[in-house]
Write a protein that binds this ligand. Structure first.
Ligand code: MRU
Length: 348
């Protein structure tokens, strides 16, 4: 299994995703501040992995505190949560996880538990989120696999795999599920400029599983679709609004439009923790702007003229009308998404 993040007695151990695939190395975060740094620098990335990392960050903050009582710890707990929440704005899983830790802390503190007991329960909660995430990926993978072609090409954008979750993956979980069902899938992985999650990470983890994978540059998808090489598209999500509009890695929207033009179904796979019923449409989803250097430089070398203006939005929003279905661990959602999401929320 790919060790995206692992709790150890010393802290949280992350595989360094900035170094893959050429170097398999690890970063050990022993403080919540280091966990925050690891998220900002994208040593760990991908919405579900970010959420669970933050939960472990909170548990680590509680473990390391010098406070002796719950009341002494309370303001520090708030600071820990605020710092972790400030790392990346788009993936709603981050806020979902922190809110869950906050709610647990409030309940435990109100019921008079000692700081030591609270510490243990915060860590247990992070472990539960970790395990639940893997189970959710496997379940949505099984649901989504049904919609994959018996034999054919499946395009994915970015990395929504084991490296973006606690294991198995969302979009790549659907592909893994299809392969487990005996389907013959040829994956096409968009390279995903500027951070190259597709070329570096998706290719790396699918090759480890011996799933046939071809990397293409982002601007080659239309050509392959026109050649009939792609029968389905499946991507992950960073936040799904109440109407089904989906934020995912920048370039996803392009792929959705191309898929529509070529009559190819475009699917989204995400755990329920990625669904944000409090955000009505994609227009309200905050989009992270990343450092210009990710665009001005390629593999450490400057590729643009000095001083040129740069934009680097890390995500885009695909309108719900392009999405053939959303696979979650609770089941498969179809349009109209405002209704199917609401119904699934009520069903729990
Ligand atoms: O900037 P990143 O690498 O964190 O972006 C990741 C994505 O856009 C993924 O597709 C998304 O988080 C889903 S991961 C299961």
């Amino acid at each position: 299994m790919i060790p995206t993040l692992t709790w150890t007695p010393e802290g949280v151990r992350f595989i360094d995703q900035t170094k893959l695939p050429l170097e398999e190395s690890y970063v050990l975060a022993t403080t919540y501040e280091q966990v925050a740094e690891v998220i900002v620098t994208m040593v760990v990335r991908g919405a579900p992995a970010i959420g669970v990392s933050a939960a472990y960050g909170v548990a680590l903050g509680a473990k390391n505190t010098q406070a002796r009582t719950v009341e002494e710890f309370r303001p520090e707990f708030e600071r820990i949560c605020t710092r972790l929440a400030s790392t990346r704005p788009t993936a709603v899983n981050l806020f979902w996880a922190i809110d869950r830790m906050k709610a647990l802390f409030a309940t435990l503190a109100a019921s008079g538990l000692s700081l030591d007991e609270i510490r243990q329960k915060l860590l247990a909660e992070a472990h539960t989120m970790y395990e639940d995430d893997i189970a959710a990926c496997k379940q949505m993978g099984a649901y989504g696999a049904e919609s994959m072609p018996q034999e054919g090409g499946v395009l994915t954008h970015c990395n929504a795999g084991a490296l973006a979750t606690c294991g198995y993956g969302t979009a790549l979980g659907v592909i893994r599920g299809a392969v487990e069902q005996g389907k013959k899938i040829q994956v096409y992985a968009d390279e995903t400029r500027p951070f190259l999650q597709g070329a570096r990470l998706t290719a790396w983890e699918l090759m480890a599983d011996q799933i046939p994978t071809t990397v293409i540059c982002d601007n080659m998808a239309a050509t392959l679709m026109r050649q009939g090489k792609i029968q389905a598209v499946v991507v992950g999500a960073d936040r799904i609004a109440a109407n089904g509009d989906t934020a995912n890695k920048v370039g996803t929207y392009n792929v959705a439009i191309l898929a529509r033009e070529h009559d190819i179904p475009f699917y989204v796979a995400a755990p329920w923790s990625t669904i944000d019923m409090a955000t009505p449409t994609g227009d309200q989803i905050p989009i992270e702007e990343r450092p210009a250097k990710e665009v001005t430089h390629f593999a450490g070398r400057q590729v643009t003229p000095n001083g040129v203006e740069i934009r680097n939005p890390a995500f885009d929003v695909t309108p719900a009308r392009y999405i053939a279905a959303i696979f979650t661990e609770r089941g498969v959602l179809r349009a109209p998404y405002n209704e199917s999401l609401k119904a699934m929320e009520l069903a729990g």
